[in-house]
Design a protein around this ligand. Structure first.
Ligand code: AMP
Ligand code: GLY
Length: 418
């Protein structure tokens, strides 16, 4: 069978790399892919959705896996399904769990899913009234997609009101901020739990932890994620059970009841407060760089999991995970995340290590050379029997990479070493 992976990041590279091992796959297309995915398969591009669907039909594509949120929110999965093409990824309606924070919060409220106390509003006066009733800090969120930047954690009531006003006026996030969510601050530790879902059933992958800030010790600006590791030892079996029973089960049930069954990767952003998990956000896709540390943990059955989700028969799926730890260190370009960086040639010294590899992201190819052209350029992934070993392998891989201005965090997985 031939498959298509939609997207161009390290996430899509890591899915392709993991699926390459499956003997049932005859070919992988990346739409549009990056400068390194062309080594795993073939990069393709189209002027519009219809051209892509025509290609998938003519080529008899056996499965389309959609990586990023934007095409999901735009309804790519719906169009593919309407043409009888198997797809891993939710419908546009189900993707509102990520596309609209107000929708997600109302959904959580309707189905009794634990989440921070909130209001959603389009009105400044109402915002101020609720802000005055909250203690500090206060969380103000733009409703729509803002490339991960639409959340303000205000340290004063004044700051919260200014954030609310600027969002409502369309100044900070355009139309995405015309509706806002204001909520109480939850103080605890954060986790990402991923469930692969077929609309009714699900499988849960090991909990992962992302590192959102640019610099060591969680300093500096927020980024798309500077590193991740899994499984996160902060999660015990009881917390994971509670995430399943109080968040994932009611979500799948509620979405199906509302006529929007959820098919794809459900990324639950969780805050654990005094041992109890609360839902911070949903994403309707795998996280990046979380995906890069989850895919290598599949020993076998990954393709079956994707296919079973797409077909709706996850109940009978067989798969096996490795009992290993995986660490991913993001190597970013010089000026990330502030502005785009000058193009830089990447040199990689080859390593004789089966326990590490690179997932390529913001790279382009010229002849046989790879250049850093994006913000997050690549992710160095290390595996091991424990965190220390995985870290050693990941950072040995980082040492093998060289390009002008490269930056990375030196403390990935520090929470697991405490
Ligand atoms: P979101 O995009 O909603 O996950 O928010 C981005 C980040 O803001 C989260 O990963 C948390 O670190 C933080 N955050 C969001 N909502 C809250 C909250 N209610 N309490 C504390 N931190 C929050
Ligand atoms: N690493 C967080 C995200 O993919 O949104």
């Amino acid at each position: 069978m031939e498959i298509v992976i939609v997207g161009s990041g390290g996430r899509e590279y890591s899915i392709g790399l993991a699926l390459q091992k499956e003997c049932r796959i005859d070919g992988i297309y990346f739409y549009p892919g990056n400068g390194a995915t062309s080594k795993l398969g073939k990069n393709i591009d189209f002027a519009n959705q219809q051209e892509f669907i025509d290609f998938a039909l003519i080529q008899r594509i056996g499965l389309v896996i959609i990586g990023p949120e934007a095409p999901l929110v735009d309804g790519l999965a719906d169009s593919l399904r309407a043409n009888g093409i198997l797809v891993f990824g939710p419908s546009a309606k189900a993707a509102r769990l990520e596309g609209s924070k107000a929708y997600m919060k109302k959904f959580a409220q309707k189905y009794g899913i634990p989440t921070a106390r909130f209001i959603q509003t389009q009105d400044y006066v109402e915002s101020c009234r609720f802000i005055d009733a909250l203690s500090l800090p206060i969380v103000v969120k733009a409703d729509g997609l803002c490339a991960g930047k639409g959340v303000i954690i205000a340290q004063s009531h004044e700051e919260a009101k200014i954030a609310a006003k600027e969002m409502l006026d369309g100044k900070s996030f355009g139309d995405s901020g015309k509706t806002i969510v204001i909520e109480e601050f939850l103080d605890g530790f954060e986790l990402s739990v991923f469930a692969m879902c077929d609309g009714k059933d699900f499988i849960v992958l090991p909990a992962a932890q992302d590192h959102k800030r640019l610099l060591d010790k969680d300093k500096g600006p927020n980024t798309g994620g500077m590193g991740a590791y899994a499984p996160a030892p902060l999660v015990n079996a009881q917390i994971l059970e509670e995430v399943k029973s109080t968040i994932i089960v009611p979500t799948l049930k509620g979405m199906a009841e509302d006529g929007n069954p959820f098919n794809g990767a459900l990324f639950c952003g969780i805050m654990v407060v005094q041992g109890k998990p609360y839902l911070l956000e949903f994403n309707v896709r795998f996280g990046d760089p979380e995906c890069e540390v989850l895919m290598p943990l599949f020993k076998n059955g990954l393709l079956d999991c994707f296919l079973a989700c797409a077909r709706g028969d996850l109940k009978n799926v067989q798969f096996e995970l490795e009992s290993k730890v995986c660490v991913g260190v993001v190597v970013a370009s010089k000026d990330y995340p502030y502005k785009s960086s000058p193009k830089a040639k990447i040199v990689i010294r080859s390593l004789d290590n089966t326990q590490s590899h690179i997932s390529f992201a913001g790279v382009s190819k010229e002849g046989e050379d790879l250049f850093a052209t994006g913000g997050r350029v690549l992710v160095c992934v290390g595996k091991g029997d424990n965190v220390q070993e995985a870290l050693k392998n990941a950072y040995a891989q980082v040492e093998s990479v060289n390009f002008e201005g490269m930056q990375y965090r030196k403390d990935i997985a520090y929470q697991a070493l405490r």
